[in-house]
Design a binder for this molecule. Structure first.
Ligand SMILES: [Ca+2]
Length: 297
């Protein structure tokens, strides 16, 4: 065989790439396995572990079979997530925030009773050892939606890819991880998976100290409620139609916040649970996590 025959002409390569892109949304920057972890290092700062979430479809919201459903969660409807994405494994920690913003707005900082040093370990092992070691690994709080955008802008200036908040649909899709139960572990409360009012010692707890979901994400239920990118409207902003990559309302007064937190009842940490807050609100109950879009090389 001639050496030249081993190489495909550029036009054929371009055709193959185009077909892959159309059929599989193939993107060399995000070609990864479900649940794969990549660590992003920030110069002179903390590292961030991101989990690969695959493209797919799911039933968003709760249906009439869920006795604890809220009217803002239904009708349940099919949502397609057309592209895989990388989602931060944990709620952004005080340490991660401090390393980027050179400040720490959290109420629960430098407090001898902050963190879960006195709390039982449900996840002894690697991640717990990494995140359980100090109170800086409690999630950052008292950050408004606008504060989160400033943090993201600062990260984006580091030239290690593009960061953003997840859409609400991306958040619930990643939270459920192919489950349709009330929680990502089943339909009943299981203390091994989440921090809520009755087990959190009246304070936020160090991230990753409970068990993760199927895709390796921690605290998608409980600990801190989490800001999403979307504008929402109260009390009801959903149709039952199938949608692709929904982004919420074009404008609004409120931003969507997902999952429960350390200060409210466990039932508020169901996978379908949603609420709204004004984007300049900041409190001890709401944090966030981020999406990373690797630079295309
Ligand atoms: Ca959470």
């Amino acid at each position: 065989m001639k050496k030249s025959a081993l190489f495909l002409p550029p036009v054929i390569l371009a055709l193959i790439f185009t077909v892959l892109f159309i059929i599989f949304n193939f993107n060399p920057a995000v070609c990864a396995e479900t649940g794969e972890v990549k660590t992003v290092f920030i110069k002179d700062g903390e590292s961030f572990d991101f989990i690969y979430i695959p493209a797919g479809s799911f039933l968003m919201g709760s249906d009439l079979s869920d006795a604890d459903r809220d009217q803002t969660e239904w009708p349940a409807h099919t949502v397609k997530i057309s592209r895989g994405f990388w989602l931060l494994k944990n709620e952004v920690t005080q340490s991660q925030w401090q390393s980027v913003m050179k400040s720490n707005p959290s109420y629960f900082k430098n407090r001898s009773d902050a963190g879960n040093e006195d709390s039982p370990l449900d996840n002894p092992g690697g991640d717990t050892q990494k995140y359980h070691s100090g109170r800086d690994n409690c999630p950052v709080e008292k950050v408004s939606w606008y504060d989160c955008e400033k943090f993201i802008a600062a990260l984006n200036s580091k030239e290690v890819g593009v960061f953003r908040l997840p859409s609400e649909a991306e958040w619930e899709y990643a939270c459920r991880a192919e489950t349709q139960t009330s929680y990502y572990w089943g339909d009943s409360i299981d203390e091994k998976y989440f921090w809520h009012m009755d087990n959190a010692y009246n304070k936020p707890q160090a991230v990753c100290s409970k068990l993760p979901n199927k895709w390796g994400l921690y605290d998608m239920s409980g600990n801190m409620s989490e800001w999403c990118a979307d504008w929402g409207k109260s009390p009801h902003d959903r149709s039952g139609e199938t949608v692709c990559d929904p982004k919420g309302e074009p404008v609004g007064e409120y931003k969507v916040v997902r999952d429960g937190n350390w200060a409210i009842r466990a039932v508020h940490s169901r996978s379908a649970r949603r609420s709204l807050k004004k984007p300049d609100d900041k409190d001890m109950y709401t944090g966030f996590r981020i999406v990373w879009e690797p630079a295309v090389k």
